[in-house]
Design a binder for this molecule. Structure first.
Ligand code: ZN
Length: 154
């Protein structure tokens, strides 16, 4: 079971792309470890919900983590400018465990290239019964998944 955010446009046939995700700010300067700044940093990407305990108590200065409700159907910046124009710096942003989201059928768990509703031929068939083109396509989908997993692990 998945718990999804309710909105006035809630539709049981479509899943909301808005999900809580931990966002990490690696090597954030220590003077920015205060609730107002962390809330503002989280608000760049969505609705900030909370920080983790280590961030709140500043016991892990290497990284600040903020839980944010993020629309994963949109692309988000990997770096943001923090501080004033003259004395600011580019801050790296890392999203933790962004699940796949299909822009076609608005469901979690797969991407458009793996969508059964869009690609009816991708429905589970014995591999041996597929023609060469479909076999190659299935392999390409698998390779995509493996590359994605490797990227997630890095
Ligand atoms: Zn789909």
């Amino acid at each position: 079971m998945r718990v999804l955010k309710w909105t006035p446009f809630f539709d049981v046939k479509e899943e909301s792309p808005i999900v809580p995700i931990w966002i990490s700010f690696l090597n954030l300067r220590l003077h920015f470890f205060n609730p107002k700044v962390l809330h503002a940093l989280g608000a760049i990407f969505g609705r900030p919900l909370q920080t983790d305990q280590a961030t709140a108590t500043r016991t892990r200065p290497l990284v600040a983590r903020v839980l944010v409700e993020v629309d994963i159907s949109k692309n988000h910046a990997k770096e943001i400018w923090v501080g004033s124009k003259a004395y600011g710096y580019l801050q790296k942003v890392e999203f933790e465990k962004v699940s796949d989201f299909c822009h076609h059928c608005k469901m979690h768990g797969h991407v458009v290239s793996e969508c059964f509703k869009l690609h009816h031929d991708l429905k589970k068939q014995p591999y041996a019964s597929l023609d060469k083109g479909k076999k190659l396509r299935k392999i390409a989908v698998l390779m995509n998944k493996i590359c994605f997993l490797i990227l997630m692990l890095l």
